[in-house]
Design a protein around this ligand. Sequence first.
Ligand code: PEP
Ligand code: MN
Length: 363
Amino acid sequence: MTLKLDINPIKAWMPNIDNPLLISGPCSLETEEQTMETARLLAKDKRVFVFRGGVWKPRTRPGSFEGVGSIGLKWLQQVKEETGLPVGTEVANAQHTEEALKAGLDVLWIGARSTASPFVVQEIADVVKGTDTVVMIKNPVNPDVQLWMGAVERIHQAGVKNIVGIHRGFTPFRETKYRNYPNWKTFIELKRLLPNLPVICDPSHIAGTREYLFEISQKAFDMGMEGLMIESHRDPSCALSDAGQQLTPADLGKMLDKLVIRYENASNPEFDNQLDVLRNRIDAIDAELLETLASRVQIVKQIGEYKRDNNVTALQINRWTQLMENRVKLGQSMDINETFVKILFQLIHEDSVRMQTEIMDQE
Ligand code: PEP
Ligand code: MN
């Protein structure tokens, strides 16, 4: 069910923004010099609106660099003073949150591992209660849209209105091209459930390697996401965490130059008219599709009765295999995606079998 929560648009807390919200900075703050140099370079690019830096790092296995801890908050304050950029870090418990608020950080984000734990989210919600801080909520590591939505609701129930979702992909269950599987449909479902929630994309943690950052960022804009959180380090090859996926500020600038930014509406009446014409055609085609399906259902039922009267099973594997092969070939000859045709006919066939078994069981 769609929930209309009272969540502010990004412009409410970032009034001078006329571009996508770009958040950038290193995966981890490592030293004062590394923090300041990266921040200075990023601040020169006026497309960067917020500086990020991990201070407490959730690492999957112990023994990796776990962040510099509270000292990093001081460096973030310094970045804010010197560059004027709002600053943010990840918080994963009540103590982190208290310290980050005390240090005057502008943005706090809840990491993917924490979003998966309602106790952790509630603990953070209790500390941010009633503040006007910006809380960003990454998707949980598993593609569970309810868990992601629940975290947004917990923060919202604490009276926080400046909330942003961050899509950072999901732990894959097999070897995939990307470090984290994007499963874009989870983002679409979250937007359906919470239409007011601004959502940005974190291509760094989806990609895992620099070479895929551009294509994921472009896809995020194509799908209407409102910004990006991208990791950037003055010297990625020496980074203590996520070295393979970070960009130098200069390379980030080059990548941004190539990205096409898209808007939900074109504010151009000519475009709107043309879109309406095309959409009317789609509506008519969809109606025809459904009418065709309804005729198919009638015949499926007739066959069901015929099979019942002759004591023949609803499912006949040979027929099903032949049908699928034929439909895939036919689809290919019409330039329709093979996987799509397969899934479509699996659904159609599954429902035909269901209808026929129901007809048989009525007897
Ligand atoms: C991060 O942003 O550096 C981070 C640890 O992200 P995630 O929670 O998405 O893994
Ligand atoms: Mn990282």
